[in-house]
Ligand binder design. Structure first.
Ligand code: ACM
Length: 237
């Protein structure tokens, strides 16, 4: 499943296409200007190309860590808020992701987005990847949306797996093998309820800002990936 990140974490796109950011200048923006029609045209073109390459039911559209500061200052983004009767930039983010979700739906694909898609509420069928913790997965499942559990404290394999003093530099955290192995994907709050069926699986994340080589990636991935892959099996036993 490919992830095409939006509306933020898009610095490299906006360096090449500065007119798609609020400032219009390269190296200034991290977020797309969501008041600009050209942004939607651009993203639809990118997604169309991506869908030609990837036959997956799901397309991940990101949605995480959007600072939204530029949107507050941007007349086009503010006009979009007014036009659609939105309350604030959080709702603007949701509205934007909803447009993309609907576009994917017209192509018979389903959007997945990170925890933050819940910030301004969701209306369309979307699958939530709960990374900030488990609460977003619980909220999504209770609302009837599917969720994939990726809580960073358990399933971020760019976190240290042993005492930091004896390890190569990593981003932080402490997620030893045992913690991964014992991760229970269905949070207690919804275990045994009708929401449980919406927890459709787990994922581990390997972000590579601190992990520049293939050897180091393998070192961080294993054996934790093996532990994670037993998650479902453990539950059944
Ligand atoms: C994330 O780690 N920002 C999804």
């Amino acid at each position: 499943i490919p992830e095409i990140e939006m509306p933020s974490h898009s610095e490299e796109v906006l360096a090449a296409y500065p007119e798609l950011g609020c400032s219009g200048q390269a190296y200034k923006d991290s977020d797309f200007c969501v008041g600009n029609e050209a942004v939607f045209e651009f993203l639809e073109k990118v997604l169309t190309e991506v869908m030609e390459v990837f036959p997956s039911k799901y397309i991940h559209i990101g949605g995480d860590e959007c600072p939204k500061g530029q949107w507050k200052e941007c007349p086009k983004c503010q006009a979009q808020i007014k036009k659609h009767g939105l309350k604030d930039e959080f709702e603007l983010q949701s509205w934007f992701l909803q447009q993309i979700t609907q576009y994917l739906k017209t192509k018979n694909r389903q959007a997945i987005a990170w925890s933050e898609i819940l910030e301004g509420g969701i209306k369309d069928e979307v699958t939530v990847m709960s990374w900030l913790g488990e609460a977003d997965g619980v909220d999504a499942a209770r609302m009837g949306y599917d969720a994939v559990m990726v809580p960073c404290a358990y399933l971020y394999f760019d976190y240290y797996q042993a005492e930091a003093d004896n390890e190569p530099l990593a981003i932080g955290g402490f997620t030893p093998l045992k913690k991964v192995y014992h991760y229970e994907p269905v949070p207690k709050e919804i275990a045994g309820t009708s929401a449980e069926k919406h927890i459709i699986g787990v994922q581990a994340n390997m972000w590579r800002e601190y992990i520049p080589t293939f050897d180091y990636t393998i070192y961080m991935d294993y054996p934790r990936t093996a532990a994670m892959s037993e998650t479902k099996k453990k539950k059944k036993e």
